[in-house]
Design a binder for this molecule. Sequence first.
Ligand SMILES: C[S@@+](CC[C@H](N)C(=O)[O-])C[C@H]1O[C@@H](n2cnc3c(N)ncnc32)[C@H](O)[C@@H]1O
Length: 433
Amino acid sequence: MDARACAARVVHAVTAHGRSLTDALPEAIQKEIDSRQRALIQELSYGTLRWYYRLDVLLQQLLKKPLKQRDADIRCLLLTGLYQLSQLAMPQRVAVNETVQATKALQKDWARGLVNGVLRNYQRQAEVLEGRVDNTVEFRFAHPQWLAQMLQTDWPDAWQAVLDANNERPPFSLRTNPQHLTRDEYLDELAARSLEARPLPHTATGILLARPLPVESLPGFAEGFVSVQDAAAQLAAGLLDAKAGQRVLDACAAPGGKTAHILESTPDVAHLSALDIDARRLERVGENLSRLSLKATLQQGDAGEPAAWWDGQQYERILLDAPCSATGVIRRHPDIKVLRQPEDVATLVSRQAHMLRALWPLLSPGGMLLYCTCSVLSDENSRQIGSFLGSRTDATELPINAAWGRECAHGRQVLPGDDDMDGFYFACLRKLG
Ligand SMILES: C[S@@+](CC[C@H](N)C(=O)[O-])C[C@H]1O[C@@H](n2cnc3c(N)ncnc32)[C@H](O)[C@@H]1O
């Protein structure tokens, strides 16, 4: 298997067919390839999409005329070639020669000369070409213009840091399970295996590993000692503050990271319903809970239509981890920059508003709903909560006094990269009565 040709196919699947990296990458990789090849394909696919908006404009300057639609795979191969030359510390000769070779695996031998010429031209003119694209925010930070503009509007003093953080490689964060061992004990386990790690601030359970590992290589993973979860996502269970004997609803639960954390922190809740609209994703909640020896009531249903699944008993706690633009996790999923369209944001905002309205009657008086998203857009976050509060007389906001993130007009926002966390938003809403 030719790694560069494979990466070009993955980039093509995302950019031309709207597939996600999470779906397209495993499909493109043959099972029998070795781990170095696999890592290279992943690096080239993720990296090319991370820098797509910059690489694309560089390529436009290097091509005499645009490639035909049917040669979009060669265009993607050229983008992976430019990624290697501009962003990776790889011997340039290897990058050019191997990318030229990949035309054969794509069954487009005729493109050898073109690929060779474009990449060598880039090498010759790199400084001038790169300098030219640096003058435009969209190309300099490799983000679509609409998103860069929204971030400039929402975060006038932090947008550049957000765009830079989105282009970083994500940290590999773990959540230890206090039902089995303390964080310090797990840090000792890692140290005993010479795995470099440190505690994550603002969480009682979070650990940052210096280098990513396949989960099966994590000590005690199969036994449920540890799970992979970003530090910001680990803030949710503490904010929800579920107590023994309470009924809890996790309204958008799959794949179950926060469901599991709630149960690990408060194993004596009276009842936890883990709801998700997607039956296949709900199966993953079951698998994750079973690895951790935890139990919840799994329900498939639409959080916006409780009549179809609710048993009529109110909950003291509701977690609404709403579907969102995922603009806080771009460093983990760089394909979001290519796949997300500006009109998606308005659709998501109205879906989130509908879920909030639909779930509110399920909350008992005095109970608390934690609204969170992995978005950094105020429309989905602070403004969403502002308009919800403005529409109700029985809802009040509980302040989140914390050492992390920044206070918004409503709720609190973590921006990507803050203390090694993903971008996340939280608001705590109490029901009066
Ligand atoms: C951000 S993810 C949730 C992540 C999860 N809370 C965790 O910590 O692992 C959003 C989830 O909402 C689900 N979802 C989307 N629309 C929904 C709806 N109308 N009702 C219930 N779940 C929905 C998606 O299937 C997806 O699994």
